[in-house]
Structure formats: structure tokens, C-alpha cells
Ligand binder design. Structure first.
Ligand code: CFM
Length: 554
């Protein structure tokens, strides 16, 4: 059989082939009918009604076996994402060594140990119980106790956390009982997570389990009030490539006091006090909205959504903080900082825009960045053709107004929902209802996230849990100028002659948050989309068509 014409990725595809409905039909055409029906609900052509309503997208559902997806596991979401960036907890992976080894500092979450008095930083270490056949057969609790004791003897940490990997759930080790016993014995905070990799459909389940665990075992343990007039927590910022350092710099300049960060550049003592802050800011809604909701119910701390990815988004987020505290001193300071920071950002943007204007990007990342980074691309005059999350839920796509419509299925039922009630002594609503209404009338939205789709252009393709097959097809059809995803996708995409920017680890770059981060990003994207190297890429089968298996997507 002859090679399909579009096997040559350098060939221009005619514009009418880019009609999103036709593209969708083509993505589905190869699938068996049942798979096609499932994927059809996860591939949506965006349409925004005048009232902001967008189409329903199926998400947070199991990946079809056989499709190569981008997702990680529940353990990755719990240990790697949420707890991993806290420097002074010894995080022990209870399981075979691979789970610990492959989740060891690959996320590029940074920390500043000098900001803790004791200088503890266990992040460079990889702690694992290294389960062997013997533990899998006879149980691993004894080895876990030994590991906790050994970690304690060597490091004398304030806290130890234990993370369960798949075999722990399968053989039934009771990590919580072990943690309780060792907590009593050693007199430090020790707690466990039942975050076996197979729980839930993705790492999103691990976020929820981590949120529950931190809330149960740490939040509210101390009531020391950090000095400062405008005291906030930053939730869902993990300091990848130093993003949190840049955001902290801006808070400091504005006179805003950061009580706790969840969990970039964080310490356990800050979590313990975090309920004393007066406002929670949520960056990554997907991974941490549970802590914000629970803190609001138990302690009365309201939350607002922010985004420090993009210069305009950063300015808007700083202004939101000022609006909440509603004091002239802070408002003036925030305006002064924005006015001082923006000229350098605007100059950097103007310098690269002639090269980036009109270029087209695709973003398939996690549960929040596929949305946030569209801000930076818009500043560069670039169009986001298509975007999607690996494991976002409907609320991350369509907005939290759909929360009550989300079906509870067997997988979501697997994850515990804590029953939280107001703390009898410490519940303290930070602002009165009247004040809240007044601020809402001025445009400040509490507890609200509108999701990604209402901000995307009509006709853009929103694709949940993108598969590698669909990635290849999208690239062949659209020939985007840039593809954003992670390390698993990077080299396959580059073999098509398309540059790939890792929006998880930032490759070797960053920070990209805040004003300085925006400048870094503009320059990095300019280098990537302006480089001529990609047009010289030829895969072996392009040079030698006889190497190609017959492969048609039509
Ligand atoms: Fe939130 Fe994240 Fe993300 Fe995420 Fe992640 Fe990440 Fe991500 Mo990789 S917490 S959802 S689970 S912003 S590690 S720092 S980049 S997939 S889009």
C-alpha cells in the first residue's frame, strides 16, 4: 500500500482540513466504535454562549487501555506534587525502590532552606522502604517501622510522612497504624497517606488524598500569628523553576505577608499556622481547592482565584489582593509596584513580538497550566489552537458552576470526602457578609473559578486526556509552531519537526511566573519559534519511505 500523503509532515495541509469538526471526525475515525464514543465526549469544539456557558466535556474518567496517555498515578499526585515540595518533612515512599527513585526531584520544585531557622532540607534525599519479595509476601509493616526509626535517628526531623505505593494496598499493610505507633514512640508528627498508584484515574486522586491528609494531620496545630498587616496563603504554587521565589518577591515589594505556601518553598510549621491567614489565594485550582474549601468551612478563611502566569494576569492578581484588603496604603503600593515592573516587561514583549505574532501553539498539560499559559501566549500575540488537561475535572474546563452536575462514579467514590464543620473556638469569618457583598459588587469573586473554556476562542479544540495517536494527528493536520507538554511527549513531537516546550519542568528554564518570569518566557519562546533547526528535521522514514509501515489516518 502506498504511503499516505500526509506522512510527510512538511507538507502543508489545506485550510479546510483544519475545520475543527472535520479534525475531530478524523481523530476518532481510527478508533473502535466504543472507544470513539468515549473519546468523542472528551474532544469538544469550544463555543461560548453570551452568558458564558460552554459545552460539557467529559473528564476525570478512566483512560482507555491501549491509548498512550500523558497521565501519572495517584502516588505521583500525593507525594510528588503536593507534599514533595515541603523541605522539612522526611517523605518516605513505602514500596519498591522504583516509585521513590523515579519521583526523586524530577519536577524541579525548588526551595530555600535558609528561610527555615533549622535549615532542614530533605528534598535532595530519596527515602524508600525498598520493598522486596519478602515484604510483598509477609507484609511490609516491620520494614516501614525500621525505616521511620532510621530516618528519625539520622535526621531528627520535625515530621515524617509515609506514602503508599500500589503493592502496599494490595497486601494490606496498615500504614496509618504504623504511623500512629511511631508517632507515639518518637514524639514527632508522623502521618501516612493511602495514595496507592492505582487509586482514582490519575494523579488528581492523589492531590485530594494529600489535601485531606495535610488538613487532618497538620493544619491548625499551631496558632502563632505571623506579623504583618495583609496576611495571605498562596495555594497551588509549587515553585517549579523558581516561580514561587518571583511571586514572593512581588508580595514582599507590595507589603503582603505570606503565611504559608502550598507547597512550593514550604515548611510544615507554616502549614500548621496557615489557618491564621486572612485570605487564601488559589493558583492551581485542581490540586489544592480542597484545602481552601476546608479552611473556609473550618476557620472562615475565604479564597479567591489568582494567576501569576502572564504579566497582565500578575497585575490583575495583585490588584485582587489589594481590593480584598481594601486599604489605600496597599492599593497605592500595588499600583506603584506594577508601574515600576511593567516597563521592562513591555519592552521585552515588544522586542520579541515581531517574531512571535500570529504563531500558533497547542498546550496539553496537567490540570491548570494548559489554561494559565494561554495568558503568556496571548501577550506574545500567539494563538492557542487547541488545549487540554491531562487530569482536570469539568470545573477546571467549564467553571465551578458545574460542580453540582458532576456525577460521582466508582472512581471518585474511592476518594474520601472529609466531613468538615466550623471549629468551635477558632472559626472566624474574615469579612462580614455586608463587606463581602460590597466587594463582590466591585467585581471581586470569592470561591469562584470560571475554568479554561470560557476564555478560549470559539472553534478551538479542547481535548481531555490527549493520546499520543491524537497528538501525532493534530501535528500533521495543524502543523503548530509550538507544542507544549511534558518529557514523555517531547521527543515524539520534536521528531515531527515541531519544537516542544515542557510546561511541567520548564525544561531547564524558569521562573515564568510574575513579571520577571514573563520576560524569561517571552525570550524562551522567541528562541524556540524563531529557530530554523526544526525545518531540517527528517525522520528516517521520510528519507527512506521503504522504512515506513503503511499508515493512513483517513
Ligand atoms: Fe497544578 Fe502543578 Fe498543574 Fe498539577 Fe502536575 Fe505540575 Fe502540571 Mo506537571 S499541581 S495541575 S499535578 S499546576 S506536576 S506544578 S506541571 S501536571 S499543570
Amino acid at each position: 500500500m502506498a504511503m499516505a500523503a500526509d506522512d510527510n509532515p512538511t507538507k502543508e495541509i489545506k485550510l479546510d482540513n483544519q475545520d475543527p469538526e472535520k479534525v475531530k471526525a478524523r481523530l476518532l475515525a481510527k478508533y473502535p466504535p466504543k472507544v470513539a464514543r468515549k473519546r468523542a465526549k472528551q474532544i469538544v469544539i469550544n463555543k461560548v454562549d453570551p452568558d458564558g456557558k460552554v459545552p460539557v466535556i467529559s473528564s476525570n474518567v478512566r483512560t482507555v487501555p491501549g491509548l498512550i496517555g500523558q497521565r501519572g498515578c495517584c502516588y505521583a499526585g500525593c507525594k510528588g506534587v503536593v507534599l514533595g515540595p515541603t523541605r522539612d518533612i522526611v517523605n518516605i515512599t513505602h514500596g519498591p525502590i522504583g516509585c521513590g527513585f523515579y519521583s526523586w526531584l524530577t519536577r524541579r520544585n525548588q526551595t530555600d532552606p535558609d528561610s527555615s531557622a533549622d535549615g532542614h532540607n530533605f528534598m535532595p534525599y530519596c527515602f524508600s522502604t525498598d520493598m522486596q519479595d519478602e515484604e510483598i509476601i509477609f507484609g511490609g509493616e516491620k520494614k516501614l517501622k525500621q525505616a521511620i526509626q532510621e530516618a528519625y535517628d539520622n535526621f531528627k526531623p520535625k515530621a515524617i510522612a509515609v506514602f503508599s505505593t500500589c503493592p502496599v494496598g494490595l497486601i494490606g499493610d496498615d500504614v496509618h497504624a504504623v504511623c500512629r505507633e511511631m508517632k507515639d514512640k518518637l514524639g514527632i508528627n508522623i502521618f501516612g497517606f493511602s495514595c496507592e498508584g492505582y487509586k482514582g484515574v490519575s494523579q488528581s486522586a492523589g492531590h485530594h488524598i494529600a489535601n485531606n491528609g495535610i488538613f487532618k494531620h497538620v493544619v491548625g496545630l499551631a496558632d502563632t500569628i505571623k506579623e504583618g498587616k495583609y496576611r495571605i496563603n498562596l495555594l497551588g504554587e509549587y515553585n517549579i523553576g523558581g516561580d514561587a521565589f518571583e511571586i514572593e518577591r512581588l508580595f514582599e515589594r507590595c507589603g503582603v505577608t505570606l503565611v504559608a505556601s502550598y507547597s512550593g518553598n514550604s515548611s510544615i510549621d507554616a502549614f500548621a499556622n496557615s489557618h491564621t491567614a486572612d485570605l487564601n489565594l488559589i493558583m492551581c485550582h485542581r490540586s489544592i481547592n480542597y484545602v481552601a474549601e476546608m479552611m473556609q468551612t473550618k476557620f472562615g478563611v475565604p479564597w479567591i482565584k489568582v494567576n501569576f502566569i502572564g504579566a497582565a494576569a500578575t497585575a490583575k492578581s495583585l490588584r485582587k489582593i489589594a481590593r480584598y484588603f481594601d486599604e489605600k496604603e496597599l492599593t497605592d503600593k500595588v499600583e506603584a509596584v506594577i508601574a515600576e515592573e511593567m516597563p521592562a516587561v513591555e519592552a521585552a514583549c515588544a522586542a520579541v513580538r515581531p517574531h512571535t505574532e500570529g504563531k500558533r501553539a497547542m498546550l496539553f498539560v496537567g490540570g491548570s497550566r494548559a489554561h494559565h499559559y494561554q495568558e503568556l501566549f496571548a501577550e506574545l500575540g500567539m494563538l492557542t489552537l487547541s488545549a487540554g488537561y491531562e487530569f482536570g475535572h469539568r470545573d477546571d474546563y467549564e467553571g465551578r458552576n458545574v460542580l453540582s452536575d458532576i456525577k460521582v462514579d466508582a472512581d471518585s467514590r474511592n476518594i474520601e470526602e472529609l466531613d468538615i464543620t466550623p471549629d468551635p473556638e477558632r472559626f472566624n469569618p474574615r469579612i462580614s457578609d455586608a463587606k463581602k457583598k460590597e466587594l463582590e459588587a466591585k467585581g471581586l469573586r470569592f470561591g469562584e473559578y470560571n475554568g479554561m473554556m470560557p476564555e478560549m476562542p470559539e472553534g478551538s479544540m479542547v481535548i481531555d486526556d490527549l493520546s499520543q495517536y491524537e497528538t501525532d494527528q493534530l501535528i500533521k493536520i495543524f502543523k503548530p509552531d509550538l507544542f507544549c507538554a511534558g518529557i514523555k511527549e517531547k521527543y515524539a513531537v520534536q521528531k515531527h519537526g515541531i519544537p516542544l516546550k515542557q510546561l511541567h519542568s520548564y525544561d531547564y528554564g524558569g521562573p515564568y511566573a510574575g513579571f520577571k518570569g514573563a520576560v524569561n518566557f517571552y525570550q524562551e519562546i522567541d528562541r524556540m519559534v524563531s529557530s530554523r533547526v526544526w525545518q531540517y528535521m527528517r525522520a528516517p522514514w521520510q528519507e527512506h519511505p521503504e522504512l515506513s509501515a503503511s499508515y493512513a489516518w483517513e
